[in-house]
Design a protein around this ligand. Structure first.
Ligand code: SF4
Ligand code: SF4
Length: 441
């Protein structure tokens, strides 16, 4: 049984271009750029100096903060620089630049830890922390921190295979190509939480993934069920997925643990399996490269730190000059203006669009139709939030719970006036954060 969540929209999927294409390994570039901030939480401090030789998988940056994830060398080679470089989330951020020696010499720390069954819950969390794992669905929250916040509170473990954003098929391919790794990682999570059951939630627009996972269950899936969910955006958002699978509503401002649930992305779960059984830290990730301006859309397994330019070149380059480039999906992604920026842990897709699809609206007008209100899965009033932000009435934005906005873009998608709603909400939140830092608004 599944439960409908409030609001949501049905954007065109645009997944045909890549969903049937197996993941290809992209050879590592001559140079990787690894920003010290690739996750939500405290940035890392570099552990290496210019000129130092590092091995594949060597820890090169970390933070003492519990809300952080270490960074590992994604190639073996020499530290060419530690300096600010373009970051895909904007601006320039300190980064460790590695000159690839082409040898991929592994660090001796990369060795199997054994099976999840043989390790304690504490050992498993330590392995996950040391592997630098973060949420790979795009959120990039440190996985060990998320696990720790739910210990003793969780009765429902959900693996998120919804992948509801248009164009993105990286999780779909992971479910088709590595279902045993997903089940292996899931068993580790079940052991950590002391649970006998778990759910893998997949939207029904991926019937082959549902089928593949179900076929794999007899091997390692005792207590695990696959739940097909009717396709609807933003079902892959944590709170909406919990509602769809359990019927429980996470209260405004609360975490999933408040209703006894924890949600982990499918690729994150597969990465847990690799960290435990092979000792592999997070060195690469699957990236969907698609959009109308891309010559040959693909799913690529890319070393972290690979410049965005090299990823697009691996798909045959642009068929025409792109009007807009996005990291992530078209609903929630971040516009890219510098292709020297690197692939980071949260880069699940790179999309390039021609002018026709970019369709910017120079003079957006609100016609007060109320569609944004019906579409909002968080029960917010986007039209009012927008008008208050435009008038810089930040206290009103706060009163109307702008902090609950998950920036899903459903309101902007449905808006006939083509108002720049999400941009407005991000601006308001940024202003509120700055006001809080100054000590009031
Ligand atoms: S972007 Fe925010 S306001 Fe708009 S629909 Fe999503 S949650 Fe609601
Ligand atoms: S959907 Fe757009 S035009 Fe309609 S009320 Fe909301 S902001 Fe205004």
């Amino acid at each position: 049984m599944t439960f409908p969540f409030q609001g949501g929209v049905h954007p065109e999927g645009h997944k045909d271009a890549t969903q049937q294409k197996p993941i290809e390994l992209l050879p590592p570039p001559a140079q990787v750029v690894l920003p010290v901030s690739m996750h939500i939480g405290a940035p890392c401090e570099p552990l290496v100096k210019v000129g130092q030789h590092v091995l594949l998988g060597e820890k090169i940056a970390m933070s003492a903060s519990p809300v952080s994830a270490p960074i590992h060398a994604s190639v073996s080679g020499t530290v060419a620089a530690v300096e600010p470089r373009p970051h895909p989330n904007g601006g320039r951020v300190p980064a460790i630049v590695l000159e690839n020696d082409g040898a991929d010499t592994p660090h001796p720390d990369i060795r199997p830890f054994g099976s999840a069954e043989a390790l304690t819950a504490e050992d498993l969390i330590a392995v996950i922390r040391e592997a630098g794992l973060v949420g790979l669905g795009g959120a990039a929250f440190p996985t060990h921190t998320k696990i720790a916040s739910g210990l003793g509170k969780i009765d429902t473990l959900i693996v998120n295979g919804a992948e509801c954003e248009p164009y993105i098929t990286s999780d779909h391919r992971v479910m088709l190509e590595t279902p045993e790794e997903i089940l292996g990682g899931l068993r580790a999570l079940m052991k950590i939480y002391g649970l006998e059951s778990a759910v893998i939630a997949v939207e029904t627009n991926k019937p082959d993934a549902v089928e593949t996972l179900r076929r794999t269950l007899p091997k390692r899936g005792g207590g695990v069920r696959v739940a097909p969910l009717a396709t609807r955006y933003p079902q892959g958002a944590e709170k909406q997925l919990i509602r769809a699978v359990t019927g429980r509503e996470v209260p405004p401002g609360a975490l999933p643990a408040a209703v006894g649930a924890a949600v982990f992305n499918v690729d994150t779960v597969a990465s847990i399996h690799r960290a435990v059984t092979a000792g592999t830290p997070l060195l690469r990730r699957v990236v969907t490269v698609s959009g109308s301006a891309v010559s040959n859309p693909k799913n690529l397994s890319v070393r972290l730190g690979t410049p965005l330019r090299a990823v697009f070149e691996a798909t045959g380059g642009f068929r025409e000059q792109p009007f807009k480039i996005i990291m992530g999906g078209p609903m929630m992604g971040v516009a890219q203006h510098n292709l020297d920026a690197p692939v980071i842990k949260g880069t699940n897709a790179l999309l390039a669009f021609s002018r026709e699809e970019g369709k910017p609206e120079k003079e957006p007008v609100c016609i007060r139709c109320g569609r944004c209100v019906s579409a909002c899965p968080m029960r917010l009033l986007p039209v009012y939030l927008y008008h208050y932000e435009q008038k810089n009435m930040l206290a009103e934005c706060e009163r109307m719970r702008i902090s609950d906005c998950i920036e899903c873009g459903s309101c902007a998608y449905i808006c006939p006036g083509r108002l720049h709603l999400v941009h407005s909400f991000r601006t308001a939140k940024q202003k509120l954060r700055e006001a809080q830092k100054r000590g009031g608004n």
